[in-house]
Design a protein around this ligand. Sequence first.
Ligand code: PMV
Length: 360
Amino acid sequence: MNEASFIPKSVKSTVDSGSFTWESPSNIALVKYWGKKKDQIPENPSISFTLNQCKTSTKLSFSKKENSDDYSFDVFLDGQKKPDFKPKIETFFKRVEVYLPFLKDYHFKIETSNTFPHSSGIASSASGMSALALCFMSVEKLLNDGKISNQFFVKKASFLARLGSGSACRSIEGPLVVWGEHGSIEGSSDLFGVKYPYEAHQNFNDYQDTILLVDRGEKQVSSTVGHNLMYGHPFALERFKQAGQNLENLISILKNGDLDDFIKIVESEALTLHAMMMTSLPYFILMKPNTLSIINKIWEFRKETGSKVCFTLDAGANVHVLYPEIEKETVLKFINNELVAYCENGHYICDVIGLGANEI
Ligand code: PMV
């Protein structure tokens, strides 16, 4: 499939008004995407666990307008009008207009809310952009008299979500999603995320992700800026190769359930992501002292108990603590006894891997 396959042949804006609501989760990458080409084409393939609790719910209402000269929309977060969200959505509209030719025919009201606390430091772009992309796919399907296959619906939703925020394309389905072409993963594409097509060992069933909220402040460096700093980065080419190799190695690990090998890849990926930030120009650090204290505590706990708990990081200071379901009780005890002290106001969120977005 190429970009042209997502341009509709004929869509007539025959419906006057309506609304759709989708709920879409966040995701956490095991092999990280960091560095992109034009239009959010990733420099390397990535794979993520889809989450279950950290979600965005978006209602898109649309009504036919008089002319089709320009975009017309309003955005609300938790019932409050958010003019500051408009530029990002306008950029998204511009990128997707060729694929959604009805965009200028309607006025859109976008009402959104997150299950995780606002300014928790958890990025809402993956869940938010995927929920919005799914709402637009529902409109497209309606204008096509329902004649869109489920398979195409999901692929195009992921394709559109990618144009909003790269990692958002991995939030449509679950529990494991690959994005970026990889020779050993059938169906993988730079254009959209696909469900991981091979067997995953039962050790990964209901894998837990407890997100420790270390720093709820605004990120000092956006991921857009971070991705751009990979242009001309001295280690970029090696990094992109390494990500492909790590994904290759994960295929057999996911199959045989070797959690020690899983941990090595996941933690190395997290630290490499931050190492890329620290070695770009300008350089920057998103981890906080408490991030490092938590990492050291996890390493100590693993050494003392033989636990298979590990960590990963997003582009921020918060720590995602990953562990198999059978260790839920002991790891939560460990978190409560030893890690909560490093969280801002003692806050953390318990999540588990999930199956993707749902229409409400
Ligand atoms: O989707 P973006 O452009 O916000 O990039 C996100 C990149 C990371 O979260 C740091 C890694 C990833 O693969 O999700």
